[in-house]
Write a protein that binds this ligand. Structure first.
Ligand code: PHE
Length: 345
């Protein structure tokens, strides 16, 4: 009687060792038969009481071995099945399938507009010059014919470095015009993109930092007509072929005569809208003929050379172009805002 039970145990052990299930279904059947809730080992454990005392220990060991063998076999089968699935997947790989597209980032609207301005002027022979943002008083003001008592020097507008009245954060990139003129002999034909700072209260319309692109052309016989022609070309390239420009007399300490330039409204085409405030024109830049005093300050002979200069605010143009109504959006780096711009130009 006891021997019969021992034989059953041995048979099951043989069965476990010999099992070669190869489909996932067969592996599952193996699990149910030997490890499931109604597995074949359970009734054998119940036979314990029919085993004579002197063989109980031997029976316990045999049953434990049986259970362990089932568990080990099942673990091995599972690992084997996983490997087989991976191998099958690898074999099915379609190496000719198109790759996952890489999501392209967009450019910041200020960079888009700045790059576009630089690109237009470089086509007509302007090169790019950049220089420091921490400037001295001479390059930012004095050389530019800005008298000591000019309101632009007021502490209200300019960030000075701590108690140092000599060093300041440049208020315009005209300082780079000065650096170029003092280092280079005419002809000079350059544009100056960069970040500038003014001590303004931050609001929807104004910020204490923004970007400018200024331009300078100095040679013999440069005239106001050259300035107008250059700006007309720029406006048509930037805002569309039908764009017109209009110059209004203005004042800057470093240019004489000076003008402010409007372009015909590129949103409504002159019909009147809230971007041009129903005037059909939008102001985009300041310009003028370089004041002879400035040329002289920078070591250029004003009797031999003349030149024009202009300057525009990049944020202002970006806001007009993309109908952005709050300049602060351009400095917050909110991804939901930035995602709306592509890098088309
Ligand atoms: N520097 C002037 C500004 O910051 C712009 C300007 C540049 C005007 C050159 C005339 C000529 O507002």
């Amino acid at each position: 009687m006891a021997q019969e039970i021992f034989d059953k145990v041995n048979n099951l052990l043989g069965e476990i060792q010999a099992a070669t299930p190869d489909t996932p279904e067969q592996v599952e059947q193996f699990r149910i038969r030997f490890l499931g809730t109604k597995n074949v080992l359970k009734p054998l454990f119940g036979e314990f009481r029919n085993i004579p005392n002197e063989r109980k220990k031997e029976f316990g060991t045999a049953m434990n071995n049986l259970k362990e063998a089932a568990e080990k076999k099942y673990e091995a089968l599972k690992a084997q099945a996983e490997q087989a699935t991976e191998a099958a997947e690898a074999a099915n790989l379609d190496l000719s399938a198109p790759g996952e597209p890489i999501a392209l980032g967009g450019r910041h609207p200020v960079s888009i507009v700045m790059n576009r301005i630089v690109e237009i002027f470089s086509r007509i022979g302007f090169n790019v010059a950049q220089d420091r943002e921490i400037e001295d008083d001479w390059h930012n003001f004095t050389a530019l014919n800005t008298p000591e008592d000019h309101p632009a020097r007021d502490m209200q507008d300019t960030y000075y470095l701590r108690d140092d009245v000599e060093r300041l954060l440049r208020t315009h990139t005209s300082s780079v015009q000065v650096r170029t003129m003092t280092h280079q002999k005419p002809p000079i034909r350059s544009i100056f993109p960069g970040r500038v700072y003014r001590n303004e209260t931050i609001s929807a319309r104004a910020h204490c930092q923004f970007h400018q692109v200024e331009g300078l052309y100095i040679d013999e016989n440069v005239s106001f007509a050259d300035l107008k022609q250059t700006l007309d070309y720029f406006a048509k390239e930037m805002f569309g072929a039908q764009t017109k420009i209009r110059l209004r007399p203005s004042f800057f300490p470093f240019t004489e005569p000076s003008a402010e330039v409007d372009v015909s409204c590129f949103i409504c085409g002159g019909e009147g809208c809230n971007v041009c405030k129903y005037t059909s024109w939008v102001e985009i830049l300041g310009c003028g003929m370089v004041d002879p005093n400035v040329l002289e300050n920078c070591g250029i002979d004003p009797d031999k050379y003349t030149g024009f200069a202009f300057g525009m605010g990049v944020e202002r143009i970006a806001m007009l172009k993309y109908r952005i109504n709050d300049i602060r959006l351009l400095f917050e780096n909110d991804i939901r805002f930035l995602k709306q711009f592509d890098s088309a130009f």
